[in-house]
Design a protein around this ligand. Sequence first.
Ligand code: SR1
Ligand code: MG
Length: 400
Amino acid sequence: MTQYSVFDSEKALDYVASLAPLFDLQAPLNCYEFGDGNLNLVFRVSDSTSRSIILKQALPYARCVGESWPLTLDRARIEASVLKLHSAICPETTVKVLHQNNQLALTILEDLGQLAILRTALNNSETFPKLSKDIATHLATTSFNYSDFVLTPAKKKSLVSEFLNPELCAITEELFFDDPYHQHERNNFPTTLTEHVNALRSNTHLRFEVAKLKAKFLSSPQTLLHGDVHTGSIFVDANTTKVIDPEFGFFGPIGFDLGSFIGNLLLNYCAQQARIESLPQRRQMQTYLISCIAECLYTFEQSWNALANAHSQDVTLRDPVYIEYFVGSIIQDAVGYCGTELIRRTIGLAHVADIDTIEDEQARLAVAQHTLFIGEQLILNSSSCTSQKQTMQLLLSLLN
Ligand code: SR1
Ligand code: MG
């Protein structure tokens, strides 16, 4: 068995070279590390004909914090395995796994370097016509196919145990549902926001709703989630949408991924208030983002209903009235989780570049106040959002 060791560019190159024919690479190879995410090493290995692949290796700790935060290497197995299962259902929108080595905690993936990272592109005011439909279809199709509507109870239970992912779930449990609502050294916000944070923390109704969302995250193995669908986990161009990085994958509530995605579009919407100076251009970008959210929710709702009515295997769950109720409950959960994403990205450990790279301090503060307000209102009012229409009504009433 190969012993785990942390790769540098030389080791990554040697590893890929030993398997080069598998990836159709011609010597000489070139390799560099360029990971800028929170957790892992990411190498690009290219050959003399400019073909390239990505080697991603998990470190035994969280890269953004350092060795003081140890983290399981098993996340590499989880990530590659979720990608393979999601790819089996949605190959067009899932990055391709070319090779997996669980002992070395590494995965070799197709290189999507010709595409843009969605977060960076949105921050540059770029728009993508297929994005919302692609993501909604991806989330609806993967979540339906790994739910109780399709899997036998035995298969489902066996998959649930394969994807328990306790350490990465613990990160989400703490960063989404605990830290922002308590004093914690991991939290990160300017003192000028303290009053707003204190108001959030003393809102007992909000804490009650967050407790319900956390309980559902802990105890609702509805489907095999991606677990971290933010705009840094999506590559895009005008014709293509690819989802990457499901190392937080586990069997959880279906609305979590949908809510995370919409939350990141809303974070960008709020940030654009300070990012784009020209009012017409800003309005154009914000209108695009709202239409993405509306289209995403609409497509998700329609797709899930259609899939469940046509392809449910479970004799009891396929009842049309239950299906309608169930899809409504997913939307409701998504609205709540969306609110928690807005709040934790504003005052918790892991922020977003959309807000953090706004240079003007006052403008950045105004955006942060807005994201906190919207996050709070979404959580408080999620019970009135069991459809795309109701959700859009609430959202439009909150946005400026
Ligand atoms: C310590 S990990 C911080 C965040 O980065 C990941 O992408 C997840 O969103 C996680 O919450
Ligand atoms: Mg990630």
